[in-house]
Ligand binder design. Structure first.
Ligand SMILES: Nc1nc2c(ncn2[C@@H]2O[C@H](COP(=O)(O)OP(=O)(O)OP(=O)(O)O)[C@@H](O)[C@H]2O)c(=O)[nH]1
Length: 493
């Protein structure tokens, strides 16, 4: 039996009968060996010609196995299903396709199916149409009742074709074995794998996929991402699927997937489209790779690379990186820049007198106290040793902050492990720089000069220098006690 739609064997030749049908059927294996064969009979009453011919060429033993049954076919079939029998199925012409579908469902695809058509069309065109229709439906050949001289050859041809290709059933069995092996392989792959059709419906997945999501095969196959994933993630997958199908190629992207335990995991998707014979995208196959641990490690490494391990503040390198867009924006938008630099007074004495770890505690405490008085968009970094820098998001409040911070630090007491306690002081230099291009280094250098001034003035204080020319200063004028144009303002804690 051919698969529906397969090309037919072509029109039988119209030659004169050569042998009686009995003789023609004998050599084709329809004798004692009983090649399984299904005849679809198109009309009532029974085509006795055919039945008679077949009976005549059958050995008596084989004939006892032959069912010549013209009605109640499906019930008979279900009761006596036996591929070694000859089946004559009564099929009206109009339901030929339907009957073939039913036969296909019976997995009889390695059995030749011939249609005994008792219709006697008058013209070649009608014959051709009906034959085409039959071949399209999957019939191996059409035996016209009014052309008995051809039947032997037609039957021979149909059987030979089946023998030559080992029977479509064998091919299907082989394919089923391949599919089985493929599924077994997929199930052995630890990465979750899935296949979806062009509408985004899952058609296949492996065990790892089911385990990863904590779902059963029934919950996945036949369903879409909207059935198995949280709505927000399903939208992401759906958009990616559509983009992939439109591109017709491959896709790699990162997203998250709700794990079997309900937690979200970071996942890398690798997907590719597959196409039909005409090159149309018919679906996609993909694999998921869990990158949660890798992402966490990357985050840790990035954090280590960007932060000062003692205080958790930005280090100099990441401050530089974050300052690039800020300095650029300040230059483009004519914004002044406010920057504070401070260090611990006589820090060496703290280290020498209380030990290095006491010095570390002082640095940590200062970072914590100062950090509490900054805004989230201010940048706070430890430049190294006991030197810190703050870049304010705006210049407002720079004077009060410069004066408050030394006092806030001085008010802290640090309890040491040996029961003693100590306090620390800081000196701070702040600059307000005019709106033009600056580098971080030049800004820090200017602030450092102001910090030295604070040290010179006796430490434990903040000094502010506003380097803006008065023309750039806002109309509000300086804050009380604030100088302008390279003026210094010092305040002690
Ligand atoms: N505990 C500790 N000490 C450090 C660290 N890094 C640098 N230091 C010490 O910090 C001290 C810095 O001293 P300086 O800034 O040169 O001088 P100072 O004693 O603070 O004096 P002034 O700045 O003039 O007030 C040195 O003794 C360094 O060894 C660190 O991570 N932890």
């Amino acid at each position: 039996m051919r698969e529906a739609g397969e090309r037919g064997p072509g029109r039988p030749s119209r030659r004169a009968p050569r042998w009686p049908i009995k003789w023609q059927l004998r050599p084709f294996g329809l004798g004692t060996t009983m090649t399984p064969c299904v005849f679809l009979l198109s009309e009532h009453p029974a085509p006795e010609g055919l039945a008679g011919c077949l009976a005549g060429c059958w050995s008596p033993a084989a004939l006892t196995h032959a069912d010549v049954e013209l009605t109640g076919l499906r019930a008979q079939w279900a009761a006596h299903r036996d591929p070694a029998r000859l089946w004559l199925l009564d099929v009206p012409a109009e339901s030929l396709g339907e009957q073939l579908q039913w036969l296909i469902a019976q997995d009889l695809r390695d059995t030749p199916v011939l249609w005994w058509a008792r219709t006697s069309p008058s013209d070649d065109e009608t014959i051709g149409d009906l034959e085409n229709q039959a071949w399209q439906a999957g019939v191996d050949d059409v035996l016209w009742a009014h052309q008995p001289d051809r039947h032997g050859r037609q039957l021979e041809r149909a059987l030979a074709r089946h023998q030559a290709r080992g029977g479509l059933g064998a091919v299907l069995r082989h394919r089923q074995q391949e599919l089985h092996a493929l599924r077994a392989s997929l199930n052995n792959i630890p990465a979750p794998i899935f296949v979806k059709d062009a509408e985004g419906v899952y058609t296949e997945c492996n065990q790892a996929f089911l385990q990863y999501l904590g779902l059963t095969r029934q919950q996945v196959v036949g369903h879409s991402v909207y059935d198995i994933a949280p709505a927000d993630l399903a939208k992401v997958y759906d958009a990616a699927d559509r983009a992939l199908l439109a591109s017709g190629g491959r896709q790699i992207y990162e997203s998250q997937v709700r794990w079997a335990d309900g937690h979200l995991r970071d996942v890398l998707f690798h997907k590719a489209v597959f196409h039909d014979a005409q090159g149309r995208p018919t679906g996609q196959a993909g694999a998921m790779f869990d990158i949660t641990e890798r992402r966490a490690l990357e985050r840790r490494l990035r954090q280590q690379a960007e932060t000062d391990p003692l205080t958790g503040l930005l280090n100099r390198r990441s401050l530089e990186a974050q300052m690039i867009p800020r300095l650029q924006r300040a230059a483009e938008q004519d914004q002044a820049l406010a920057l504070l630099v401070f260090d611990v007074d006589h820090f060496k004495d703290i280290n020498d007198g209380h030990g290095h770890s006491a010095g570390d505690s002082v640095l940590r405490l200062i970072a914590q106290v100062v950090g509490q008085h900054l805004r989230s968009d201010d940048l706070f970094a430890r430049l190294g040793g006991d030197e810190f820098v703050v870049v304010l998001a705006g210049i407002e409040g720079v004077h009060s902050l410069a004066q408050r911070l030394p006092a806030l630090v001085a008010a802290q007491r640090i309890d040491l492990d040996d029961g003693r306690s100590l306090s620390a002081r800081i000196s701070l230099g702040a600059v307000v720089l005019p709106a033009r291009e600056h580098t971080l280094d030049s800004a820090i250098h200017t602030a450092d000069l102001v910090l030295y001034e604070a040290k010179r003035l006796g430490r434990n204080r903040g000094v502010v220098m506003d380097t803006r020319p008065s023309s750039e200063a806002p109309g509000s004028g300086p804050e009380p006690g604030q100088g302008r144009g390279d003026a210094l303002k010092a305040g002690s804690a």
